[in-house]
Design a protein around this ligand. Sequence first.
Ligand code: GLN
Length: 180
Amino acid sequence: MNVGVLSVQGAFAEMAAYWRRRGAEVFEIRQRVDLSRKIDLLALPGGESTVQGKLLADLGLFAPLKERIDGGLHVFAVCAGLILLAEKIEDAERCAEARPSCWFGVLPVAVRRNAYGRQLGSFKTVGTFDGRPGVPMTFIRAPAITVISPQVEVLSVFNGQPTAVRWKNITAFTWHPELN
Ligand code: GLN
C-alpha cells in the first residue's frame, strides 16, 4: 500500500513510522509535485490545524487534496487532521489566521479544538476501539467531537463523546493511535 503522509507541520514523522511498521510504502507530501505519485491512502498527522490549513493553501495542496478526498481516496486522520476534515470547527473565530478554505470540511461532525482544557490538555487512557477493549489512547491537546451526523460510525468514546469515527473513505481519531 502506498501511503502519502501530509508533511508540512506537526507529527508527520511519527505517522510515517507507524505506516512503515505496518509494511506500507510511505512518502511525504510537502508540495504539489509529490501528488504525482501513486497514493492509496492519505495520512493526516497531528499538529496545529490552523498552521497546517494555512500551509495547505499557501503550498497549493489544498485544492488537489480536497478533490481526491471528495473522489474517495482513503484518509487516515489524527487530531489536527480530524479538525481539518470536520464540517464545522466550533471555535473557528478563535483561529484568527484560519480562512474558510483552510480546512476540508468534508466529515459531517462538529469539533471543539483543545477541548480538554489546560490541566487535562494531554493524557492517556485505555478504551475500546472498534469493539476491541484494552486499546491505549493518547490525547494531546485533543479536540472533542461535539456534534455528529447519524450516518457517521463511532469507533471509540471517551466521557460520552466520540473519539474515533469512520465515514465513507475517512477514518479519523481525536487521539493518537500512531503513538501506541
Ligand atoms: N490542538 C491542536 C489543534 O487544534 C491539535 C493537537 C494535535 O493534533 N495533537 O490543531
